[in-house]
Design a protein around this ligand. Structure first.
Ligand SMILES: C[S@@+](CC[C@H](N)C(=O)[O-])C[C@H]1O[C@@H](n2cnc3c(N)ncnc32)[C@H](O)[C@@H]1O
Length: 211
């Protein structure tokens, strides 16, 4: 099978010194810290545009407490879905489902939200600014009360992350962390939802990936 652009996108993960691997470690550290802050709790996680699931699957594979984590990965690309399924199976993650779906349509989240942790890694840099804002405004439909959103975004000029953080604040989120290493262009944000969850509007489309 020919590798698609979005399968090839994952290749730098093979190099532990790549910027993508650095970003991955930060995302995983924040997921791990989030889990450690609520030991023994049953939690739900949804990952939008999850790719091959390196962040969540890679982390859960190293932990003894995965049975309390019910996770759904939304991913469009058939090869990436297959890779994520193989990784999850290899790690024995029976509570993790990979749903082949368009994460830009809120109907794809039916039955899996509100979630306690929402991962938006590799999304905000691949959609229009207007779609970033629309997606942030829709997060209260994906988040349970007190949920956390972990997101990433390049800071390549013009840097959208100041606007992203402002839009998150306007949508009811409080910043727990914002990692923006000086020697890299990626950033990782961790925001906690302090607003009121809203019902899912399954008719809405919140983003379309740019070609
Ligand atoms: C930049 S990659 C990020 C992958 C993963 N979240 C990570 O950080 O390693 C974006 C992923 O989104 C997927 N994708 C693109 N459009 C999508 C859509 N409408 N719904 C779900 N996944 C989509 C691509 O196939 C790709 O795997």
């Amino acid at each position: 099978m020919t590798s698609t652009h979005w399968q090839a996108w994952h290749e730098p993960y093979a190099d532990e010194n790549s910027a993508l691997s650095r970003r991955l470690r930060l995302v995983q550290q924040h997921i791990a810290a989030w889990l450690d802050r609520r030991p023994d709790e049953e939690v739900t996680v949804v990952s939008a545009c999850a790719g091959q699931g390196h962040d969540l699957i890679g982390l859960l594979a190293t932990r003894p407490d995965t049975r309390r984590v019910r996770a759904t990965l939304l991913e469009y690309d058939t090869g990436n879905v297959a890779a994520a399924q193989a990784a999850a199976g290899g790690a024995g993650l029976t509570n993790l489902v990979i749903r082949q779906a368009d994460a830009g349509r809120l109907s794809s989240y039916a039955g899996v939200v509100p979630a306690d942790l929402v991962l938006m890694a590799g999304v905000f840099g691949n959609i229009s600014d207007a779609d970033v804002q629309r997606t942030i405004n829709a997060l209260p439909q994906m988040c349970a009360a007190g949920a956390t959103v972990i997101w990433t975004r390049t800071r390549r000029a013009p840097d959208l992350t100041p606007a992203v953080r402002e839009w998150l604040a306007e949508a009811g989120f409080v910043q727990d962390a914002f990692e923006a290493p000086e020697d890299a262009r990626f950033s990782v944000g961790v925001h906690r939802f302090e607003g009121v969850p809203r019902p899912l509007d399954i008719t809405a489309t919140i983003f379309t990936f740019l070609p």
